[in-house]
Design a protein around this ligand. Structure first.
Ligand code: GCO
Length: 455
């Protein structure tokens, strides 16, 4: 059972998680790189979406972000100084293939070669995500994830990356959080490409599910001996009350938010028993799809931040369920208005561990945004520090209880562009002054560095 007690003392050492436990930090291309139109990069759906009036908080964009494109050397040196030996970053598809397929942008490829080589020189293992949401706009103009042709485009892109970088990159993740980019991007329209509606959503879901397996197969064939995973967002779901309709609503939300993408991979099909609307996915299936969505990943990355309380609602179409916001529940929240609830990570590890065919679970993201201030040149962030420690206590507890969790990547390295929320939620262990691009190690970052050093 998870431990619900409030703030616990943290006295763990990295070593307590075992000598093979992987410790790292995660980022994503569009959130940090900037250089949105430099050196031949093609536009992505995020370039296009952020250019729309009022799409993003205060009209902000990722055009410059943390300028990682030009500052990767000092940033990687900072990672090294923080004793971080595994660095998760993503490749920007339109930086490599500006039109999505066809002509290669050599200058973009050179950039990733420099990043990978410099990581290796610094003793840092690169963990590469192939798709962290920045689809080439040229492909979106042809339907993006709603067009089945994406399967071929994606397969070719993965082949290109595997061929270019597979000699040095041995840890791969195919997709980042398909639930978020299909749900927010193709159903709610609050993320790029800003499309809405069930038809867009369901077609995107099915193609993303297939793309995960296709990407996995290409990597297994092209980069023998590599470790291949894919990553999912997940939140513990609690019914608002024990009334049958709330319990049912919670089961639906769980099917949608936590089970939709993992179960088909494992050969279990979509969870349409608990969420009947998913039966409509059949419309997008070809004969062999049920077989072709299956792939035996070496690990599953889970990304957990919070839990959700769910109640029945007549007004929410299809789902008939809604989230009771944390701000209405009188609980501790982050700058994203997400509840701080450490046992959620334990529960999600337990839930994914329940699938017998998952070989390994790695926490590929966990972290929190709080308002940070620079005072006398320093950033003191005790809330983030205790958030990380309390969640790590739960990860450790899961390990003690025998669950196969074998790594942890904090989200995130430097404060960066937080999608629709722009720059105000600061998730970094390192503070970014966006006007000067100066980095300041926060108290939490200093703690993580010390924690890892004792390893
Ligand atoms: C995500 C993304 C990250 C976010 C983080 C905080 O998974 O949503 O991987 O890009 O920045 O989760 O919201």
């Amino acid at each position: 059972m998870p431990d619900n007690s409030a703030l616990q003392h943290f006295d763990l050492k990295a070593n307590d998680f075992g000598k093979d436990f992987i410790w790292g930090i995660s980022t994503a291309a569009y959130q940090i790189e900037g250089a949105f139109d430099k050196d031949g990069k093609g536009p992505s759906i995020w370039d296009e979406f952020t250019a729309k009036k009022s799409a993003i908080f205060q009209g902000q964009t990722g055009q410059i972000a943390c300028d990682f494109y030009h500052r990767y050397e000092e940033d990687i040196l900072l990672l090294k100084a923080m004793n971080i030996s595994h660095f998760r970053f993503s490749l920007s598809w339109p930086r490599i293939l500006p039109d999505g397929y066809g002509t290669l942008n050599q200058l973009g490829v050179d950039f990733y070669n420099r990043v990978i080589n410099f990581c290796l020189e610094c003793g840092i293992t690169p963990w590469v995500t192939l798709y962290h949401w920045d689809l080439p706009q040229a492909l979106e103009d042809n339907g993006g994830w709603t067009n089945r042709d994406i399967l071929g485009w994606f397969e070719d892109y993965v082949k290109v990356c595997a061929t270019l970088f597979g000699d040095r990159v041995k840890h791969w993740m195919v997709l980042n959080e398909p639930m978020v980019f299909t749900g927010a991007g193709y159903f709610l329209g609050v993320h790029a490409p800003g499309r809405k509606g069930l038809k867009n959503f369901l077609s995107a879901v099915h193609h993303a599910t297939l793309a995960q397996a296709i990407g996995g197969r290409v990597l297994r064939e092209s980069v023998p001996g590599s470790t291949i995973g894919t990553t999912f967002s997940c939140s513990q779901i609690i019914p608002y009350s024990q009334k049958t309709k709330d319990v049912k609503a919670a089961a639906k939300a769980d099917a949608l938010l936590n089970r939709l993408f993992i179960e088909p991979i494992l050969g279990m099909g979509y969870p349409s028993q608990d969420l009947p609307i998913l039966k409509r996915l059949d419309k997008y299936k070809n004969v062999d799809d049920d077989k072709n969505v299956v792939f035996d990943f070496d690990f599953i990355g889970i990304q957990n931040y919070t839990r959700e309380v769910v109640k029945h609602s007549y007004t929410v179409p299809y789902l008939r369920a809604k989230i009771v916001k944390a701000t209405k529940r009188n609980v501790k929240t982050t700058a994203m208005d997400w509840e701080v609830y450490p046992p959620s990570i334990y529960q999600m590890i337990a839930q994914f561990n329940g699938y017998k065919d998952i070989k390994k679970i790695i926490i590929t993201e966990n972290g929190a945004a709080f308002e940070d201030y620079v005072k006398h040149g320093k950033v003191h962030d005790p809330e983030r520090l205790s958030y990380l420690q309390e969640y790590l206590n739960q990860v450790h507890k899961a390990q003690i209880d025998g669950y196969k969790v074998s790594g942890y990547f904090a989200w995130t390295f430097t404060d960066n562009f937080e999608w629709a929320e722009g720059y105000y939620p600061r998730f970094g262990l390192v503070y970014t002054d966006f006007s000067s691009q100066k980095r300041i190690l926060k108290t939490s970052g200093k703690w993580y560095a010390d924690f890892l050093q004792k390893f």
